[in-house]
Design a protein around this ligand. Structure first.
Ligand code: UFG
Length: 329
């Protein structure tokens, strides 16, 4: 299929582009390079630098490239910033996405795959988390993702849009060959920060809270490999042949790891010591988030290749060693 990957130069999008190629599809990338990296996309892949919310940019691409399906990874994803600057998040994550969907429908493209998040659930009452849990986001980032999910449901019903929305847990790791990986500026995610502390690029890693009601007092999260995430996006294609069909899937391994376990695993993988500072809790961090992804496994035949967090970290470490300054190297 001819697939437009919006945000295809970003962390998850760029990995998905490579999985699309491997599966025999034809990816085309649209990215405004605000957070994406041009070097994350191979030169032979059609690349457009522009905004997803601009129909004058998107409509010609849909037509000229004969796009059949759109994948959308181009959201702002700093939870803290979404609280202090919600306008940016509503504008980019919701309003621009609405424009993208309108442009698709106006041009006869009706298949859509959307990056959603476990942040749409807020603080869950039960674990592991299933798709039918109540959704009550606790920050504008999660709210804008939920708003898009609701928009998709209405558009499927009214206009025959077919869609899948994947609620990611903690995306982590890098391409197995170490050629592309995670490069956020600023970086806020745990695994790259711990690797930086191991190599001395950062003085230490601060553990945000050691008094949670968890086995070792630090937060539990579900780290899932970015290539495993990507494969689920492709596995859903067949289900989108039915007009008006809509699907929601949690994507995580279902195996929680604490912050301390991540630090220990980074030490084991790198053979380096990680300097640790115990700090206060970070506002808005739920104690534990991990997925029940049996729905994706049963309905999509989704197989989790990276079930051990050490193996996920090993891919991040390989990328980091080859590109200590990320794509700036
Ligand atoms: N953490 C630390 N020290 C750090 C950074 C993180 O102790 O320097 C802890 C956090 O408190 C949390 C865990 O490591 O317990 C993971 O933190 P991340 O920031 O890596 O990830 P989050 O679970 O906060 O965020 C993830 C995704 C976001 C998404 C969010 C939804 O990375 O993009 O889930 O809740 F928005």
């Amino acid at each position: 299929m001819n697939v437009l990957v919006v945000g295809g130069a970003g962390y998850i999008g760029s990995h998905c582009v490579r999985q699309l190629l491997a599966a025999g599809h034809r990816p085309v990338v649209l990215d405004n390079l605000v957070f994406g990296h041009r070097q994350a996309v191979a030169p032979e892949i059609p690349f457009y630098d522009g905004d997803l919310g601009d129909p004058a940019v998107v409509a010609p691409i849909l037509k000229d490239e004969q796009i059949e399906l759109v994948m959308h990874f181009a959201a702002f994803a700093y939870v803290g910033e979404s609280v202090t600057e919600p306008r940016k998040y509503y504008e980019n994550n919701f309003v621009a996405t609405l424009r993208l969907l309108e442009t698709m429908l106006d041009n006869g493209v009706s298949k859509f795959v959307f990056s959603s998040t476990c942040a749409t659930y807020g603080e869950p009452d039960t674990l592991p988390m299933v798709e039918t849990l109540p959704q009550a986001p606790i920050n504008p980032y999660g709210q804008t993702k939920l708003d898009v999910e609701n928009c998709l449901k209405a558009f499927a019903h009214a206009y025959g849009l077919s869609f899948a929305a994947f609620r990611y847990f903690n995306a982590a790791g890098a391409a197995e060959d170490g050629s592309i990986g995670e490069d956020h500026k600023p970086e806020t995610h745990l695994i790259p920060l711990v690797i930086d502390a191991a190599t001395g690029r950062r003085e230490n890693i601060k553990i945000f809270g050691t008094d949670y009601d968890t086995p070792d007092g630090t937060c539990l999260r579900d780290y899932v490999h970015v290539d495993d995430l990507s494969r689920a996006h492709i596995a859903v294609f067949d289900k989108l042949n039915e007009p008006g069909a809509g699907y929601f899937y949690n994507l995580g391994t279902g195996r929680p790891n604490s912050v301390r376990e991540i630090i220990n695993a980074v030490e084991a993988v790198t053979g380096l010591k990680v300097p640790v500072v115990e700090a206060d809790r970070r506002a808005g961090d739920p104690p534990a988030l991990y997925a029940d992804s049996s729905k994706a496994q049963a309905e999509l035949g989704w197989e989790i290749k990276y079930t051990e967090v050490k193996d996920i970290i090993a891919t991040a470490w390989k990328w980091h060693q080859a590109h200590p300054n990320g794509f700036d190297d």
